[in-house]
Design a protein around this ligand. Structure first.
Ligand code: AMP
Ligand code: ZN
Length: 492
């Protein structure tokens, strides 16, 4: 029997603001849509936090035995510089600045995104559709919204009529906003917008001469509004109603609110049963964001090439760090926090490795059945990874007691412990225990020691020794970099 039949998973639904029993539309199947990256720059570690959490959701649903269709799109057109339908398209702007084709920008950052996901052990989604691959479907959806009387054309652009929609539905149902307050709070300069009302949003924008990404449509040569692609692609691949829709909290408004309005206008039903939103990763107490320059790149953590970091860290340690926090809480990034996670991660991996050496006894001193139930209960409680990790450490404690010959397990309990531990650590959390990863942690430690000795040599003005350490490390392919915050290194 599939595990989901015995387990009652509860999911916090951002729409009802409550934890609800997870019931799928079709028994045994889950449809899940997660808003993907806008590929105009490298994904930063904040983006990775959000995608990593949904990777764990996907992994756990698979582990429970569901058949999951996981759709995560690539936004390669239509995302303007600001959320109020103004400014240049992010990808076009980058292409103009770098004097390359927009599709070169898209290719470059899509490749980078996939590289990061591979390094960080993500499972690929079932479908990864692009906005530019669905222009025809987007035009069709706009026609349908116009026919139903919820959109209007002005000067070649088409806008969704929020007030008309709000007469019978609630625009703001997800984010808890009221249209009246939105009208009050939206600033537009007189005459600068074609919109009937400032809270209306673009379904299609006429392209000005500078805008190089453009497609023909019944209204103008132009491009679709950003919110439209997700309504179109989720409906196309998951149907008018599906189970889970995810993204970061910053997408709740306007992006997800607009998605609901568009989809519901066309289908007449609420599109999503469970809305899930991750909280933000912070750096220097502020949201990690590309636009403010307050970010760190995931591949910089692997190489150590960022002054914020005392040294490089493995992808598995970063996964562990992320999953030690509940996805609905903010999480502060720092080198020290990563160092603390690295210690915990090593302890966990050592214990997992030691399970192969345990010999069974006649009796058990650790209640494996209860522990196993607790592990499931943690994940069933809205994917509570920090509580799961705390339970994993109860097993670590028991394993260490066995190592010191202060505890025992029967053969049956040993098998359950090993199977469950491996399943949660590797299959569900997606942590990695490559043999050389442990070595790389040791190498990092040795290089850190050499950096310390070189610093002492320099303080003693022993330039010959300090140069020798640097040069011999270079000969081994290890480059030291002296910065204001100290010395970092990269391994070629
Ligand atoms: P974008 O490429 O900007 O559309 O973002 C991709 C995903 O990353 C979205 O779900 C965002 O909500 C999410 N995101 C952006 N910044 C952060 C952050 N600092 N912490 C967590 N998630 C974030
Ligand atoms: Zn989206």
């Amino acid at each position: 029997m599939e595990r989901y039949k015995e387990n009652q998973l509860k999911v916090y639904n951002s729409l009802s603001k409550k934890k609800e029993d997870f019931k799928t539309i079709t028994d045994g199947y889950v449809g899940m849509y997660v808003c993907g990256p806008t590929v105009y720059s490298n994904a930063h570690l904040g983006n990775v936090r959000t995608f990593m959490f949904f990777d764990v959701v996907y992994r756990y649903l698979l582990y429970l035995g569901y058949k999951v269709r996981y759709v995560r799109n690539i936004t390669d057109a239509g995302h303007l510089e600001n959320d109020a339908d103004e400014g240049e398209d992010r990808i076009s702007k980058k292409a103009r600045l770098e004097k390359i084709e927009p599709m070169e920008v898209v290719q470059k950052y899509t490749v980078d995104f996939h590289d990061v996901l591979k390094n960080y052990n993500f499972l690929p989604p079932s479908i990864e559709p692009t906005a530019t691959g669905h222009i025809v479907e987007q035009i069709e959806m706009i026609k349908e919204i116009i026919e139903k009387g919820f959109a209007y054309e002005v000067n070649g652009s088409v806008y969704f009529d929020v007030l008309a929609y709000n007469e019978d539905s609630h625009y703001g149902i997800l984010s808890g906003r009221k249209v009246e307050d939105l009208i009050h709070n939206t600033r537009t300069l007189d005459g600068q917008s074609d919109k009937k009302n400032p809270q209306d949003f673009a379904l299609w924008k006429k392209a000005d001469e500078r805008h190089i990404m453009r497609w023909p449509s019944p209204w103008s040569d132009g491009f679709p509004g950003w919110h439209l692609e997700c309504s179109v692609m989720s409906t196309k691949y998951l149907g008018e109603q599906f189970d889970i829709h995810g993204g970061g909290m910053d997408l709740k408004f306007p992006h997800h609110e607009c998605e609901i309005a568009q989809s519901q206008t066309c289908s007449g039903v609420k599109p999503v049963n469970y809305w899930m939103h991750t909280n933000m990763l912070l750096l220097n107490s502020q949201k990690m964001a590309k636009s403010t320059g307050n970010f760190i790149l995931p591949n910089e953590i692997l190489s150590g090439e960022n002054d914020i970091l005392p040294k490089p860290f493995s992808a598995s340690v970063v996964r562990f760090f992320n999953l030690q926090a509940n996805y609905r809480s903010i999480l502060d990034f720092s080198g020290e926090a990563l160092e603390a996670s690295e210690k915990g991660h090593s302890k966990l991996m050592e214990a997992v490795r030691f399970t192969d050496k345990i010999e069974a006894s006649a009796t058990s001193t650790f209640d494996v059945q209860k522990w196993e139930k607790d592990c499931y209960a943690a994940m069933n409680d809205d994917f509570n990874t920090p509580v799961l990790i705390a339970h994993l450490f109860e097993a670590v404690k028991a394993i260490n007691q066995i190592k010191e010959q202060n505890a025992t397990l029967t053969a049956a309990d040993l098998t359950t412990l090993k199977t469950t531990l491996n399943a949660f650590v590797f299959d569900v959390l997606g942590l990695m225990n490559e043999a050389n990863q442990d070595n790389s942690e040791k190498i990092n430690g040795v290089v850190a020691l050499l950096i310390k000795l070189r610093k002492e040599a320099r303080e003693n003005k022993d330039w010959a020794l300090s140069d020798q350490i640097r040069d011999e490390l270079i000969a081994l392919g290890i480059q030291l970099k002296d910065g204001r915050e100290g010395t970092t290194f990269s391994i070629q």
